[in-house]
Design a protein around this ligand. Structure first.
Ligand code: RET
Length: 242
């Protein structure tokens, strides 16, 4: 097994964490998102460091490996990414954060059941857990695209465009994870462990680092539009926090 993708992942993620913090907005309305997005690659760097030393790797009876560190990383990073997006949808209205509890619970279930699927060797059991993980994932996407999008559209203003851009990017990137899992050694075994490790590294950089810069720039542009427009939403909690 080639450990290079893990070492490369460690270097990219640790430098990205610093870059996101250094470049991120420190304005009161957006600084919380800067902290959230900088934390994500720091967690990933920790996981890549563990995988570089094969810590947490479980070799199963069929010879395939489950990288437990990867699932631990996702258990912490995906809720942070979702929390940032939910706050964007709600324009920072933290009193509506019941949505956060629902979406984070489904998200953590998605990762934990994905880990169980990876650990299962018998195909039927593996695919049942894979299906259950996908069901939780559909719940996450439903909350993002139905109730949150409706609330976000009703709230109006420039933040609507920012939410739509960010939720689209997040959905496109996240859908690729189960696809890579399904074709890789944890699923159909059509792709090798090394090829899958590189594919997940590319996905992780896109979903954690590129997405962080993209999401932050959309939110900052929306905040600038809201605060400069004369008929801007005076009741918007984001306004006045800039
Ligand atoms: C698994 C396998 C089982 C089915 C599904 C999965 C979904 C994983 C996702 C992971 C996203 C990770 C991200 C990490 C970045 O920090 C567990 C692969 C649905 C969506 C975005």
């Amino acid at each position: 097994m080639d450990f290079t993708p893990f070492l490369v992942g460690f270097v990219i993620m640790s430098l990205s964490s610093l870059a996101i913090y250094a470049k991120g907005s420190k304005a009161p309305a957006a600084v919380d998102q800067t902290y959230m997005h900088a934390t994500v690659p720091f967690i990933a760097a920790t996981s890549y460091l563990a995988m570089t030393f094969a810590i947490g790797d479980i070799v199963k009876l069929d010879g395939t490996v489950t990288f437990v560190a990867r699932y631990l990383d996702w258990t912490f990073t995906t809720p942070i990414l979702l929390a940032g997006l939910v706050l964007t949808a709600l324009h920072g209205r933290r009193e509506m954060s019941g949505y956060l509890i629902a979406i984070i619970t489904l998200d953590v279930l998605m990762i934990v059941t994905g880990l169980i699927s990876s650990l299962a060797v018998a195909p039927v059991i593996k695919w049942i857990w894979f299906g259950w993980s996908c069901a939780a994932f559909l719940g996450v996407l439903y909350i993002l695209w139905v109730p949150l999008r409706t609330i976000n559209t009703k709230l109006g203003g420039a933040m609507t465009g920012a939410y739509l851009k960010n939720v689209t990017a997040l959905t496109v990137l996240w859908v690729l994870y189960p696809v890579v899992f399904a074709v890789g050694p944890e699923g159909l075994k059509s792709a090798s462990t090394d090829a899958t490790s590189w594919a997940i590294l590319v996905l992780d950089v896109a979903a954690k680092v590129v997405y962080a810069f993209y999401a932050a720039s959309n939110v900052e542009r929306a905040l600038a539009d809201t605060t400069t427009s004369r008929d801007g939403q005076a009741a918007d909690p984001y306004v006045g926090r800039v």
